[in-house]
Structures are given as C-alpha cells and as structure tokens.
Design a protein around this ligand. Structure first.
Ligand SMILES: Nc1ncnc2c1ncn2[C@@H]1O[C@H](COP(=O)(O)OP(=O)(O)OP(=O)(O)O)[C@@H](O)[C@H]1O
Ligand SMILES: [Mg+2]
Length: 282
C-alpha cells in the first residue's frame, strides 16, 4: 500500500528514502562518504529536482533511488517495497550521455524495453511509435542515432524510458550536453510530457532555470557528504508557460535556490582543496 505522511498533501507517497547513506571505497583504499542520511518522500505525480555542487553526491543519490547503487545505510522504498536492485518495469532512467545503440534505428532503440519484456513485435512497435510521436520524433523512426542532433537523441531516450510506463522516471542531467536554447526547448517539452503522462520525475540538474521551470520542489544538496540542505517549493501553476520564465516569482525562486547553492559550492571547493593538500602530504 502507498504510504501516507499526513502533511496535508493527498497524493500518496510513491518513493521514499529513509536515512539513506552511501559510501564508496576509493581506488587508494580510503572511504568516500558520498551521501549522508537522506530522508525524503516523493509523491505520485510530483516533479522534484536535485541541485548541488559538483561531486556532492547527486548522481549517487539518484542511483540509490533506482537501485543501481547499494546504500550503506538506510533504505529506499518504491510503493512501500524496498529497492535493492534495478526495477526496469517500475523505474525508468535517462542519463546525460546519449545511451542509444548506434547500430539500431530510432524505432529499434525505442522498443528495447518492451522487447526485453517479451512484448510482441506489432504491439511494441505501436507503443514505441506512440511515444516517439509524444516527443515529436515519429517522423524519424527509421533514422539512425548518428543522423540525429543531440537534443533529438535525448528525446528518443525519453521516449524509450516512457514506453514501459514506469511509475517513476529518474533523470541525471539529461540535457547537460545540450546548448541553452535546445535545453530550454526540451525542458518545455518535458514539462508537457510530464503533464500529459502524470509521471513522477526526479531530475538531477545543474541548471537553476531548468529546476525552477520544471519542478514542484527543488532539493538543494549540501557539499559532500551530500545531505538535503533545503527544500524550495515552486508554487507556480501548471501548465507552466514562457510567461512563468520571465515572471517575478521565477526570479525570486531562482535567487533563493542560488543563494543556498552558492554557499555549498564554496564549501565543496574548500573541502576539495583540503583533500588535495592532505593527499599531497600523503
Ligand atoms: N564508483 C565510485 N567509486 C568511488 N567513488 C565514487 C564513485 N562514484 C562516485 N564517487 C565519489 O562520490 C562522490 C559523489 O559523486 P557523484 O557522482 O554522486 O557526484 P555528483 O553530485 O553527481 O557530481 P556531478 O555534479 O559532478 O555529476 C564524489 O566524490 C565521487 O568521486
Ligand atoms: Mg552527477
């Protein structure tokens, strides 16, 4: 059964982190504490962004949410069930690097999740075409990834992640390699797709504008070991429009997130410098 937290939001909790910590053993044998005691509830249909200094543990936390990285403490629950390994039926991923297979056509890339599930060819192709249409790429189903721009390839990756109808979509800087205009355009498209499909999304991004435009809530992570420093609500109505992008509310929220983030960026830089000196002393 979905968990309720009694904070007034009627939507059920779909994904929960309870005191999640992740530590790595580095190649030199020392321990890196990447994430420390993160507790968080994400509700069905929510769009939550994670922002924080480079190296603070954002990807690690996202991977722990998806069962791709083992937690060293605490637990992740999806609809009340522990997530200890990937659940491709329920959790979809879109990563920063274009992860399409170059020798497969756009359609053949998009059907992959359904193919692994054993869905028959006619049905999987029909579903894949539907999602390609949703991301505006049905017309290049027979093209190959190399014939597509970076933005188009990421749209295919999003379509592919949606075909299996996952309960949650985890995205790690999906637009990180794109130019600012394409990012803005794709962000707008993603907002539309999420509104149409009602998906729950957890997005890691370095872009303040992207986070504010897309999210219901923004989690600001601290310098490593990353914990949640602050949660900023984005009380703007949906569908989000370009007017929101140029509104006073948008600027106000962005400034608030920036102020919180920049402190951590400085703290992380200082910590990196200390680690460097310690390594030199060695
Ligand atoms: N497999 C690994 N083995 C050892 N250390 C790791 C591993 N993966 C990540 N780390 C370390 O854990 C810390 C957090 O890394 P993570 O990739 O989660 O950061 P991030 O916030 O996503 O950074 P960025 O914004 O640069 O993507 C870093 O210090 C990194 O070096
Ligand atoms: Mg990362």
């Amino acid at each position: 059964m979905p968990t309720q937290t009694g904070d007034g939001d009627p939507r059920p909790v779909i994904l929960r982190a309870e005191n999640v910590s992740v530590s790595y053993q580095s190649a030199s044998g020392s321990r890196v504490d990447a994430v420390r005691e993160v507790s968080l509830d994400i509700r069905e249909g929510e769009f939550v962004s994670i922002i924080g200094p480079s190296g603070c543990g954002k990807s690690t936390l996202l991977r722990a949410f998806g069962g791709l990285t083992r937690t060293s403490g605490g637990s992740v629950l999806l609809q009340g069930d522990p997530v200890t390994r990937p659940k491709p039926d329920k959790i979809g991923f879109v990563f920063q690097d274009y992860t399409l297979f170059p020798w497969r056509s756009v359609l053949a890339n998009t059907v992959m999740g359904l193919q692994f599930r054993g869905v028959d060819r006619r049905e999987r192709e029909a579903t894949a075409r539907r999602y390609l249409e949703l991301v505006g790429l049905d017309w290049c189903a027979d093209s190959f990834p190399a014939e597509l721009s970076g933005g188009m390839q990421q749209r295919v990756a999003i379509a592919r992640a949606l075909t299996t109808d996952p309960a949650v979509l985890l995205m790690d800087e999906p637009f990180g390699a794109l130019d600012e205009q394409t990012r803005t355009l794709l962000g707008g498209e993603l907002a539309g797709i999420v509104e149409k499909t009602g998906k729950t999304v957890l997005l890691v991004t370095h872009s303040l504008a992207e986070a504010v435009f897309l999210s219901d809530r923004i989690l600001v992570m601290s310098a490593r070991p990353g914990c949640i420093k602050e949660i900023v609500q984005v009380p703007a109505e949906r569908p989000r429009t370009e007017e929101f992008l140029t509104s006073a509310l948008f600027d106000e929220i962005r400034a608030k997130v920036f102020a919180s983030l920049i402190e951590e960026v400085h703290r992380q830089a200082q910590a990196n410098e200390e680690s460097r000196r310690a390594a030199q002393r060695g």
